[in-house]
Design a protein around this ligand. Structure first.
Ligand code: SIN
Length: 185
């Protein structure tokens, strides 16, 4: 493949792309929902105690808001290789149509990373309370799992995104912190 490319981030790539891009803008994809169903053994957890990070699951009427980054033809292969390495804990490249916030088509095919149920670190569904407990207990080489959730929620709010799964999990984590604070006072 040649030419410029668009990369769509919906998890850590929203708030920490860590690659050089020419332009970025809010975007969404259709037919997918963000879920904390992927285990992280290399970023927000460790092999014996995986954290939980987001992946996408198919949901026909859903819309997932994130950020789209345009990268230049000269740098795209290097960036894809770096992202393949960063996302190697279970994610695979996938291509989807990207929409602008106003509904127009931004790119017929944007690159994104999806961790499907057949990868070894996949954890799958759990109650939000169980996910919150696991997140609270986890950290890995990239930092705490709580930080991942809170930074994602803050970034999505800045994009005016509606994502009950993320915001409900954030609420549980923040409530837990407040309760913890009172006990210590
Ligand atoms: C993404 O951010 O688009 C992929 C999932 C992640 O690295 O959190």
């Amino acid at each position: 493949m040649s030419g410029e490319a668009w990369i769509f981030g919906y998890g850590s790539l929203v708030w920490r792309p860590a690659f050089a891009f020419e332009e970025r803008q809010p975007a969404y994809i259709e037919g997918w929902s963000r879920r904390f169903w992927q285990g992280s053994t290399d970023h927000r957890g460790v092999p014996d105690a995986p954290g939980r990070v987001v992946t996408l699951v198919r949901q026909p009427a859903a819309r997932c808001v994130g950020l789209a980054y345009r990268v230049e033809p000269e740098t795209r292969e290097r960036i894809f290789a770096d992202l393949d390495a960063r996302e190697r804990g279970g994610y695979a490249q996938h291509r989807e149509r990207l929409h602008r916030a106003d509904g127009g088509i931004l790119a017929a095919e944007g690159l994104l990373y999806v961790a499907t149920a057949d990868n070894p670190n996949y954890l799958g569904p759990a109650s939000l309370d169980a996910i919150a407990s696991q997140v609270r207990a986890s950290s890995g080489p990239s930092g705490s799992n709580v930080e991942y959730v809170l930074r994602l929620a803050e970034s999505l709010r800045a994009l005016d995104a509606v994502d009950d799964h993320v915001f409900e999990l954030e609420r549980r984590l923040r409530d837990g912190r407040k309760r913890g604070g009172k006990r210590c006072a």
